[in-house]
Design a protein around this ligand. Structure first.
Ligand code: SF4
Length: 480
């Protein structure tokens, strides 16, 4: 489906995103020509007000008008988005997203901005409903999550002295069909040894810079990819550097075992002795047929035994990820996975909704679940997790998620991950090192971000590592 879009110049605040909520598979063009649907949004300026008019032609026929006060350009763009959303909602008799016009990845950041300005929770919920067309239960969820994680946000002074660090190991045993991360299957991408040498060089150089600048590392996350594909010898070297330069007595140190089949007792003992105090063991589903369907080479039993191995090594904070909307799975299959994981009693459970992305083997046409089903699964999940004592403490969204839902991190009280909160709320500088990593440097006065992206391809990372180290050190110096 081709949608032609025209918006008065200067007033388009991402209306193409709104159109894609209603027609997820459409292509939006700003060029004149033959289209299936034309969306024409016009803004005419009057004295102290703006006259909005909208017209749909083609597959849908509808017109709409509204008058809004002139004012802050960002507020006006929001009004225009809301106007377009309402027009499409009336024409289609659909409300495709429980988050209304909030199409950004981190909706709780908006709630924190309201809280900064002294708004009460009930006032924020009203703003979300009236201005952003968010459904009441999602408005409550957003304020619940933001108020719960707010005590973990840093003050501007702390932001200047204390950073988080992400280390990317972009290799996995195989590539899951839904994956869009930098994750190279080991068998097709040799070069792990060369990548690892470049990574050690980078970690030592950046570690020395952090120490010289007196920047403390409050949380450290080794992810990827699947870092547990590294050998015991490699982990020994990595932990040595991390302990020398990065870890303090209070550092939260997480290692991600994206694939439970990569867990080995010898490595886990090393990790525990080397300061790792949190691990993510991610089965994604506890149904064997689905595991085969999504291209993972492990079984449910291997996920259970991997979890037990982590426990026996003495790592006391474990998180497990599940995904809603995997092909072939509906409410009953997801509930089975969730109940299995709850029985294991990890400290955290993250419930993702499948997002269809460029770079994954599967594309949009594989989208399986209707919105009513994803709504039901999300509601059930929250209920089951709440009755088992888990609280939602961070939340983010992605484009093209099943049912326009969200990913929610749940944890038992006292087991919230500082890394997860800070990476989502973007109020701490997180330095990304290694393959495919992204750094986000936070201005403590405005909370504005500057970024530095590393190459996803390990060969490009190896080639450019010295240049990347220099760029990273310059950014760190600018922080202090
Ligand atoms: S384990 Fe994670 S990073 Fe690796 S291929 Fe699967 S989804 Fe991608």
């Amino acid at each position: 489906m081709l949608v032609g879009l025209r918006v008065t110049s200067g007033y388009d605040g991402g209306i193409h995103e709104i159109i894609r909520l209603f027609f997820p598979r459409c292509r939006v063009t700003y060029e004149p020509g033959h289209t299936d649907l034309n969306v024409d949004i016009r803004v005419n300026e009057g004295p102290g007000y703006l006259e909005l008019s909208g017209e749909l032609q083609g597959l849908l026929e509808r017109t709409g008008h509204s008058r809004i006060p002139a004012g802050d350009p960002a507020e006006v763009k929001r009004e225009v988005r809301a106007f377009a959303y309402r027009l499409l909602m009336e024409a289609t008799s659909m409300n495709p997203s429980p988050y209304g016009i909030l199409t950004g990845v981190r909706p709780t950041k908006l709630v924190h901005r309201y809280l900064d300005n002294g708004y009460l929770e009930s006032d924020i919920q009203k703003e979300l409903k009236d201005k952003y067309l968010v459904e009441p239960e999602k408005a409550c969820l957003l304020t619940e999550v933001a108020t719960r994680n707010r005590p973990f946000l840093l003050s501007p002074e702390e932001v200047k002295r204390c950073v988080g660090v992400y280390v990317g190991i972009p290799y996995c045993p195989t590539r899951c069909h839904y994956c869009s991360f930098p994750a190279y299957p080991l068998e097709h991408r040799p070069g792990l040894d060369e990548f690892f040498s470049a990574l050690l060089l980078e970690l030592s150089s950046i570690g020395r810079a952090l120490n010289e600048l007196d920047l403390a590392v409050d949380n450290l996350y080794v992810g990827g990819g699947t870092p547990t594909v590294l050998s015991a010898l490699q982990w020994g070297k990595l932990l040595d550097i991390l302990n020398r330069y990065y870890l303090g007595p209070e550092t939260e140190f997480t290692v991600e075992a994206g694939r439970p089949d990569t867990l080995r007792s010898e490595v886990l003992q090393l990790l525990a002795a080397g300061g790792v105090n949190r691990m993510c063991v991610n089965p994604q589903t506890m149904n064997d047929e689905t595991l085969i369907r999504i291209g993972r080479r492990h079984t449910v039993q291997m996920a259970r035994s991997g979890y037990e191995l982590v426990r026996s090594a003495g790592i006391m904070n474990v998180n497990m990820d599940l995904i809603v909307g995997l092909p072939g799975e509906g409410p009953a299959e997801f509930e089975n996975s969730l109940q299995e994981v709850i029985r294991l009693k990890p400290e955290g459970i993250t419930v993702h909704h499948l997002a269809w992305k460029r770079g994954s083997v599967w594309q949009m046409q594989e989208a399986a679940l209707e919105q009513s089903l994803t709504d039901r699964i999300s509601d059930d999940a929250r209920r089951f997790l709440a009755s088992a004592g888990y609280l939602p403490y961070y939340l983010y969204r992605q484009k093209y998620m099943a049912g326009n839902q969200e990913n929610i991190g749940y944890a038992l009280p006292g087991c919230f991950s500082r890394y997860n909160i800070r990476v989502i709320e973007e109020r701490q500088t997180i330095i990304g090192l290694g393959g495919g990593a992204a750094s986000k440097y936070v201005d403590p006065h405005t909370w504005k971000l500057t970024t530095l992206h590393y190459p996803k391809d390990p060969a490009a990372y190896i080639k450019r590592v010295e240049e990347l180290i220099n760029a990273q050190v310059d950014k760190l110096r600018a922080l202090s």
